[in-house]
Design a binder for this molecule. Sequence first.
Ligand code: C2E
Ligand code: MG
Ligand code: MG
Ligand code: MG
Length: 292
Amino acid sequence: RAKEEGRNSFQLYQPAMNARSLEHLALETALHGALQRDQLLLHFQPLVRADTGEPVAVEALLRWQHPELGLVSPADFISLAEETGLIVPIGEWVLRHACLCHGRWREDERAPLRMMVNISARQFRQEGFVEMVGRVLHETEMEPSLLTLELTESMLMDDTEASVLRMQKLRELGVSLALDDFGTGYSSLAYLKDFPIDELKIDRLFVRGIDRNMRDAALASAIISLGHSLGLRVVAEGVETRAHLDVLQRHGCDLAQGFHFSKPLPWQTFVAMYGKASAQAVPGSSACQAAR
Ligand code: C2E
Ligand code: MG
Ligand code: MG
Ligand code: MG
């Protein structure tokens, strides 16, 4: 009897496992198909000078236009893409399309915007990653100095020596590097001095309360000073209000990004607001032309 009970509980447990892995598999298959069916797209959010509000850069943010689920946020599928390794082809797609889209509006601009692209841990560690970046730059005729790759602290900590080496190779290509979500990772300041980065992006966690909470403001101010003393440009993420901006300006923050200036926008809207008339469709890609 005990044996039967044991089997019953085993059987009860089993279907749940299957359902979960089936769900996982279904999403994985769907995500795999998303790349082939052209369901991935980029939204673009400007980064502005904190003192003047002048746009100086733009971050490409990935979206998945799912036929039933609608627009899926990267928070809901990036980790799955990481686990399954799909982030490698997806990440390459993001980089290529960001560069292609950039080419469509850069020609007429007096001061071209820098393009910022998020890189995931698995992608960064992938054999041949640096070569891939070089190839995409070449194929899309992207000006390397106008590309910034966003890395996170946690992905650099695993093997710092190898990370630093890879970062140096990326810089040799002419691209610049930003440390994204700064303050939320391991934040070992000892390592910060070794990372060959150009820019620090303060996570919005630290920006949220700066107008109301003295400790938050003190922390943001300290991060800005730290960045500046290391010769880095400092960006504040998640700037949602005029009050946030006021505090950041007072502390000499260089750039700001957030809903106060603009939400991430579909390609056409972004170009209409920040580009020039010459922005055209990219041949063979619906990612930059579709008004979605
Ligand atoms: P992130 O790189 O830190 O990007 C900033 C996130 O904050 C974006 O969320 C953006 O929409 C959101 N945001 C911008 N301004 C504000 C604001 O004022 N208030 C608030 N509450 N949020 C704001 P999103 O687009 O959902 O992306 C989430 C994360 O997904 C990104 O965080 C990044 O880590 C990851 N991600 C996005 N695109 C890619 C990609 O192409 N590749 C990889 N590997 N990761 C990506
Ligand atoms: Mg980012
Ligand atoms: Mg960020
Ligand atoms: Mg963030």
